[in-house]
Design a protein around this ligand. Structure first.
Ligand SMILES: [Fe+2]
Ligand SMILES: [Fe+2]
Length: 285
């Protein structure tokens, strides 16, 4: 296959008992029935509260499996927790939480050769965790980039490496910590990685930094406009469509007409995080 259409969707935050964001997912499924991409990549935060509720991961897996095209998913902080001594929601990534992901979704990182490209999908929540799995992922990344045999390269991970500049601090869980950020960027530069795509900030943004194309994939679930307003971008729901053709590619941000922009700013500012929303059971249509 010398060309391919790939959809990068992210941050669906699906839960059987917290089905606030189900409607946009239903609309996304309908859109994919029409588009029929060659591959759909889910960029993480598949689940409402995976770190504490394993059934949310199982439910998210059921929902993603409704796609009738090939798909692959990587975890986010709302799936397996996050690294560091002071995780924002007090949900550290642990071997037990990662084991649930492995049981439900299989691998948490992937090397995909698509239409002559090599796409390396990383588990951003391992970066800086100090877990044995983190060491294995570093080896996988180095080998995948060094062994690309001339294929153009792209990286995809849940959290962005940085918001504005690579030397910034890590502001409250919004991106990868500076420690692991530097070697990822160094490897990317050494091997000429063309783009680095991420989710997590529920914002569409695309910018060039030092010749690398940085893409922030939007969410299907909810927005908190203003939270990352300083970084620019568009805090609205949607998904991205990528066309790979030879060694060129394009990225389009899609805002489906049936996607509703579910703004949880009031909730977040008064009650904290999305995961403290009260139950709202899913009712099958
Ligand atoms: Fe998210
Ligand atoms: Fe996230």
């Amino acid at each position: 296959m010398s060309s391919a259409t790939v959809v990068l969707v992210s941050d669906s935050h699906l839960g059987r008992n917290h089905a606030y964001f189900q409607d946009n997912w239903e609309a996304f499924l309908t859109e994919m029935e029409i588009l029929k991409p060659d591959l759909i990549i889910h960029g993480g935060d598949v689940s409402f509260n995976g770190p504490d509720v394993p059934d949310d991961l199982r439910y998210a897996r059921e929902q993603i499996a409704r796609l009738r095209v090939p798909w692959v998913a990587i975890p986010g902080n709302h799936d397996i927790g996050e690294p560091g001594n002071n995780p924002r929601l007090k949900q550290p990534v642990t071997a037990a939480r990662l084991a649930v992901w492995h049981e439900v979704f299989g691998a948490d990182r992937h090397v995909l050769d698509v239409a002559g490209w090599r796409l390396v999908l990383l588990n951003s929540e391992l970066l800086g965790s100090g877990m044995a799995e983190e060491r294995a992922q570093w080896e996988m990344l180095a080998e995948a980039l060094a062994g690309a045999e001339g294929r153009p390269l792209g990286l995809i991970l849940h959290k962005p490496l940085f918001q504005m500049t690579p030397d910034e601090a890590e502001p409250n869980g919004s991106c990868v910590h500076p420690g692991p950020r530097r070697p990822v960027l160094a490897l990317a530069r050494e091997h000429g990685v063309r783009f680095i795509a991420s989710g997590h900030l529920h914002t569409w943004r695309r910018f060039d930094f030092d010749g690398t194309d940085f893409v922030w994939a939007p969410t299907t679930a909810f927005i908190t406009p203003g939270r990352f307003a300083d970084a620019g971008g568009i805090a609205r729901v949607g998904y991205t469509v990528w066309h790979f053709d030879g060694d060129s590619y394009s990225v389009d941000y899609v805002q489906p007409p049936l996607f509703v922009n579910f703004d949880i700013t009031n909730w977040s500012s008064q009650k904290g995080s999305s995961i403290s929303l009260p139950p709202l059971p899913h009712r099958p249509r």
